[in-house]
Design a protein around this ligand. Structure first.
Ligand SMILES: CCCCCCCCCCCCCCCCCCCCCC(=O)SCCNC(=O)CCNC(=O)[C@H](O)C(C)(C)COP(=O)(O)OP(=O)(O)OC[C@H]1O[C@@H](n2cnc3c(N)ncnc32)[C@H](O)[C@@H]1OP(=O)(O)O
Ligand SMILES: Cc1cc2nc3c(=O)[nH]c(=O)nc-3n(C[C@H](O)[C@H](O)[C@H](O)COP(=O)(O)OP(=O)(O)OC[C@H]3O[C@@H](n4cnc5c(N)ncnc54)[C@H](O)[C@@H]3O)c2cc1C
Length: 670
């Protein structure tokens, strides 16, 4: 971390009072000193290229210019990556390392038109293509000889994948599929990079062969001529328009008018259509949903990157900003001294650690289950699906709440685009919808939980094993409450189990009163999402605690203390947020709640001196933070003024609209 000459003195003092070694924590976060060094080298290399430098801040560009800049940056970045690949023979892992961390969030800016190529097109080729198909397509895609995207969502359907309308009908006479959009609502709508960037794409379409529909399957379709980039005959493609955020991603629409593709362009690792039109079924129809699961798993880590950025910006700014009066006759305090401010920010820091550990746990599970799937073992797929759905939902919604809280914590200056908090919010809130809308994701997990509830105890998979214990109602309120992290984890498991039990009972009651199962489910769905959230919170809390306990065995005593305080803070924060549920489902009392509140306030006091050290340890460079408020040197006011001077309106003292409109209007001549 470079230490510029002039650092704001308040920020400097914060750093001096930090009780642990910031670099030690950075190493822990990166996975070891070696990894920190590698990351820093990658960052140096990228920033030396100057790809991140904008002549004019992109906020002042038009929609079209923003797209053109995003394409330019993506090309420069990949030129560099190609060079790297040649020099160091680096593979996909290197791409992930480069773009998967906070560095990725800086280079991609307000989204990139090539993200979908890497995040979904290539993974779909890898996960859904046969060995021959992979050999043919992956190297072309990896070298960017072709650019692809993932076209699933349609104007009429996003969530309900089974309801997609695009058809792929096999014509045995020519051994081709006919891609067609029978209605306006069948138009593909949303895919990133689809509008003007991709020349190929994976299309999810209803497969028809021998007169029968077999559900949705993936097909590779060429969209544009490889030389002229003109859309091919029968392809209607364009951009869907300006959005709340992600305006660099070039989201598009796509319609087909009887477009023919060779039979070999159906990705056939799982299901197949033979030359004579015979359909061969996959071991599970849900394997087609594999890419979505991959991205959901990746998103949990991605959300940590955004939360870490937001909380770094808001915490440093809170150390620099002085406002109001805390004690009479004393100077205005740093806003970080207000306990309400600590309450807003420290939970953000703790959340980064909690989700980081869960993301890593989930990534390992994903890799293990994927390896099992390769051998035909599908046993753990439902558990992984249930966990990735609820973690995707809670990570994205917590991240959106965290970024918004950080923005509000910066007062008016947080509202400035120069703070980088609004753009970050735009990126994060999009993730609440894409890759499975959050309510829908929670209901998928609830479906699994209800099933698990009906299973016998011995057969329960590890992440729901606690249900067996909690199902024994005699235990529910028998144990006295203790104000300890263990008790809070146990309390959350009881909340989850209690809510699932109530949902199951409600559904049964409603069915007995004559409702169909589906209607009873729908009537109970508000409670089902709450049960699912509680299950997820129990999982996050228990993983955060267990993984941190393992981790602290290898760190110095001062750092151990701080990391354990973060676990406590996270646990007590959520216990207080869910105090009604704890009263309902655990043995907690009013007195215990007072104790919890005191414990929480004590933790804020203990963590306050380390607030800046903790965000410094995320080691996010200024180029990545891209914020006038959050830079390492704390020169927030100077930077705000410098950014204001970049406004095109400040290029001239009088704007032409004065002479054209204001003056005539003021003089009654307009
Ligand atoms: C220069 C740059 C370079 C960059 C390089 C960067 C490199 C690295 C940097 C990267 C950082 C990251 C950045 C990210 C950026 C992202 C960008 C944006 C991406 C956004 C993409 C999208 O937005 S893309 C569309 C996603 N669109 C959905 O997400 C639809 C949701 N909708 C469903 O997903 C289904 O529709 C839904 C509801 C399950 C029902 O499906 P359904 O109706 O068929 O199923 P049912 O409900 O009937 O369930 C029937 C049984 O299937 C089971 N099951 C269901 N799904 C299953 C599954 N997946 N696996 C196993 N089992 C599954 C279920 O558990 C039941 O099991 P059981 O019967 O045993 O109970
Ligand atoms: C920025 C962005 C990028 C995207 N990129 C891509 C891409 O690259 N490729 C791609 O294919 N798609 C992409 N999408 C589309 C995205 O995957 C869908 O928007 C998402 O899956 C939600 O579907 P929907 O828009 O149809 O919402 P809807 O399903 O219409 O949701 C609307 C409301 O209905 C509720 N609802 C729907 N079904 C249920 C249910 N069963 N039970 C209870 N409530 C329900 C939802 O909770 C929500 O409140 C992108 C979307 C965004 C915003």
């Amino acid at each position: 971390m470079s230490n510029p000459v002039k650092v704001n003195p308040d920020l400097q003092k914060e750093r001096e009072k930090c009780t642990f070694n910031v670099i030690e924590l950075t190493n822990v976060i990166d996975g070891g000193p070696q990894k920190t060094e590698e990351r820093k080298k990658r960052e140096d290399m990228v920033f030396k290229e100057g790809i991140h430098i904008d002549e004019v801040p992109s906020d002042y560009l038009s929609h079209k210019e923003k797209y053109e800049l995003a394409v330019k940056k993506a090309c420069l970045l990949f030129k560099m990556m190609r060079r790297l690949q040649e020099e160091e023979n680096a593979g996909m892992e290197n791409y992930m390392a480069l773009l998967g961390g906070t560095l990725g969030t800086a280079i991609l800016g307000d989204g990139s038109p090539l993200t979908l190529h890497y995040v979904m097109f290539i993974p779909t080729l890898m996960g859904q293509g046969t060995v021959e198909q992979q050999a043919y397509w992956i190297s072309r895609a990896f070298n960017l000889n072709i650019i692809g995207t993932y076209a699933q969502t349609e104007l009429g359907h996003g969530t309900f994948v089974r309801g997609l309308e695009t058809t792929a009908t096999y014509d045995v006479s020519t051994k081709e599929f006919l891609l067609h959009s029978p209605t306006l609502t069948a138009y593909k709508w949303w895919p990133g990079g689809l509008a003007h960037t991709a020349n190929y794409c994976v299309v999810m379409a209803q497969l028809y062969t021998q007169g029968e529909c077999h559900g949705i399957h993936p097909f590779i379709v060429q969209l544009r001529d490889e030389e002229t980039h003109m859309p091919l005959p029968g392809i209607k493609v364009g951009e869907i328009g300006a959005k709340l955020g992600m305006n660099g991603t070039n989201n598009g629409f796509l319609g087909f008018d009887h477009v023919r593709i060779p039979r070999e362009h159906m990705l056939m690792k799982n299901s197949k259509v033979l030359e004579d039109g015979t359909y061969v079924k996959a071991t599970s129809s849900k394997l087609t949903y594999g890419t979505m699961m991959f991205v959901r798993v990746m998103l949990v880590q991605d959300m940590c990157n955004y939360m870490a950025k937001a909380v770094t910006i808001a915490t440093r700014y809170s150390a620099v900003r002085r406002q109001s009066q805390l004690r009479p006759d004393e100077p205005e305090p740093q806003i970080l001294d207000y306990v309400t401010q600590q309450h807003k920010l420290l939970i953000g820091t703790a959340s980064v650690h909690a989700f980081r550990l869960c993301a890593s746990w989930l990534w390992d599970m994903y890799n293990n289950v994927t390896a099992e799937l390769e051998t035909g073992d599908l046993e753990r797929l439902p558990e992984l699906h249930a966990l990735s759905c609820c973690l995707k939902a809670i990570a994205t919604s917590d991240a959106a709440a965290c970024v918004e809280r950080c923005r509000l914590a910066c007062g008016g200056h947080g509202y400035m685009l120069a703070s980088n908090l609004p753009l970050t919010y735009g990126l994060v809130t999009a993730a609440c919808t894409y890759e499975g809308e959050n309510t829908v994701m929670l209901l998928q997990t609830a479906r699994y939980l209800v099933k698990a509830w009906h299973q016998s105890g011995a057969a329960l998979p590890p992440t729901v094993a606690y249900l067996a214990l909690a199902r024994d109602t005699r235990l529910t309120h028998s144990q006295p409450w203790r104000n300890e992290v263990d008790a809070i984890v146990d309390g959350f498991q009881r909340i989850a189990a209690g809510k699932i039990a109530l949902c199951v009972a409600q559904i049964e009651k409603r069915e007995k009163s004559g409702m169909t199962y589906e209607d009873a489910w729908n009537m109970t769905s508000v409670q089902l999402t709450a049960a699912s959230e509680a299950h997820c919170r129990a999982f996050i809390l228990s993983s955060f605690q267990k993984e941190t306990e393992k981790l602290v065995k290898t760190v110095s005593a001062p750092l151990r203390l701080v990391l354990l305080q973060l676990v406590e803070l996270y646990a007590v924060y959520w216990a207080l947020e869910c105090v009604g549920d704890l009263l309902r489902f655990s043995s907690i009392s009013e007195r215990d709640i007072e104790g919890l509140q005191n414990w929480y306030e004590d933790l804020l006091v203990k963590l306050r001196p380390n607030a800046v050290g903790l965000v410094d340890s995320f080691d996010i460079r200024d180029e990545i933070l891209h914020s006038a408020l959050g830079a390492y040197d704390g020169r927030a006011y100077e930077r705000l003024m410098e950014e204001a001077m970049k406004s095109p309106l400040n290029a001239e003292p009088v704007n032409q609209s004065f002479h054209k409109y204001l003056k005539p209007f003021m003089q009654g001549k307009l």
